[in-house]
Write a protein that binds this ligand. Structure first.
Ligand code: UFG
Length: 337
């Protein structure tokens, strides 16, 4: 298939691009590089051994998008492009609604005009809201606690409405749990532009000496050791989930499908810190800090639907995630050049 990957220069997008190529697909990337570095392109070409057309523009730009769809005969789209920082979304809600929803609408309009009917969308476990039943199943009601999360809830709804009007669409909503890790080569990985919001990149930057210590946000949750529990998923497993979903929707007649992509295993903040210390051999200094606004005690997937339907499940352990993150961080202490 010829596949358009929006946000293909970003963290999850770049890993997925490599796996799509490895599965025999042709890939074209659109990315505005608002949260990605140009140097990722050369690394993707080196690792894949092929040239990858990368178009640098905002997916919300419908004219440019239509031009690209005119020029290329796409079979499917994998849509990653979007803003993703929770705190920033609280401070700048209009940016988040405008960008995430606007880009998706433009993309859907271009797809419709060019009769491209297959879409895999990056959703998030954040759509299970403030007080989910754990482990989370796809049938739970959706809500959110911040504008970023609402953009995911709203885009899911847009897509559910769309398939009612256009039942020839085949759409996958992939609800990611906590993606971490890096490509085993150490050449591509997560490169936060500012102080990392997320646990794993923060821990990795402490280990490599860029930050003094980790703040553990709360140790009084009702969890194994009082710290927040999450379902970490290796970005390579996550990328494989996209390939599986794309193949599945091409072969089945269901208009819209929702799958959790997680491991089903919960890991606390302190358990992750321990695993990282073991993988890196570096002591991670930390202090206990107040709870972070909007955090929930535990978020763990029930991944059984994806296993049953897609034949997909995670292969990599938390130790693998830490080892691969550490390899990437050591090889690229300041991120991409
Ligand atoms: N944490 C710390 N210190 C830090 C960063 C995080 O203790 O410096 C803790 C958090 O309190 C939480 C856990 O580590 O208990 C994981 O936090 P992350 O920020 O790494 O991940 P979240 O689960 O909060 O957020 C992720 C995605 C969001 C998504 C959310 C819900 O980053 O995009 O899951 O799906 F909205």
């Amino acid at each position: 298939m010829k596949i358009l990957v929006t946000g293909g220069a970003g963290y999850i997008g770049s890993h997925t691009v490599l796996q799509l190529i490895a599965a025999g697909h042709q890939v074209v990337v659109v990315d505005d590089f608002s949260n990605a570095k140009a140097s990722v392109a050369g690394r993707l070409e080196e690792l894949s051994g092929t040239s990858i057309p990368i178009h640098s523009f905002d997916v919300a730009d419908l004219d440019k998008l239509n031009g690209l769809f005119d020029a290329e005969d796409f079979d499917a789209v994998v849509h990653f492009a979007g803003y993703k920082a929770v705190g920033e979304s609280v401070a700048n809600p209009l940016d988040y609604y405008g960008n995430n929803i606007g880009a998706t609408i433009s993309l859907l309009q271009a797809m419709d005009r060019h009769e491209v009917r297959h879409l895999v969308f990056s959703s998030s476990a954040t759509v299970y809201g403030a007080d989910p039943i754990v482990p989370m199943t796809e049938g739970l009601p959706t809500s959110a606690t911040n504008p970023y999360g609402w953009t995911k809830v709203m885009i899911e709804q847009v897509l559910r409405d769309l398939v009612v009007a256009q039942p020839d669409n085949r759409i996958a909503l992939l609800r990611y749990f906590n993606p971490v890790g890096a490509h085993p080569s150490g050449q591509i990985g997560e490169d936060p532009s500012a102080v990392p919001n997320n646990l794993m990149p923060f821990v990795a930057q402490v280990a490599v000496g860029r930050r003094d210590k980790l703040s553990v946000f709360g140790d009084d949750y009702d969890t194994v050791d009082g710290t927040g529990v999450r379902d970490y998923i290796h970005v390579e497993d996550l990328a494989a989930g996209h390939v599986a979903a794309l193949h599945w929707i091409a072969e089945h007649d269901r208009t819209i499908s929702t799958w959790n992509l997680g491991s089903g295993v919960g890991t606390s903040v302190l358990q992750l810190v321990n695993a990282f210390e073991k993988a890196s051999g570096v002591k991670i200094p930390y202090e206990i800090a107040p709870r972070r606004d909007g955090d929930i005690a535990a978020s763990v997937a029930d991944p059984s639907l994806a296993h049953r339907e897609l034949g997909w499940q995670t292969e990599k352990t938390v130790d693998d995630m830490c080892a691969d993150t550490w390899r990437w961080q050591q090889a690229n202490p300041q991120g991409y050049p």
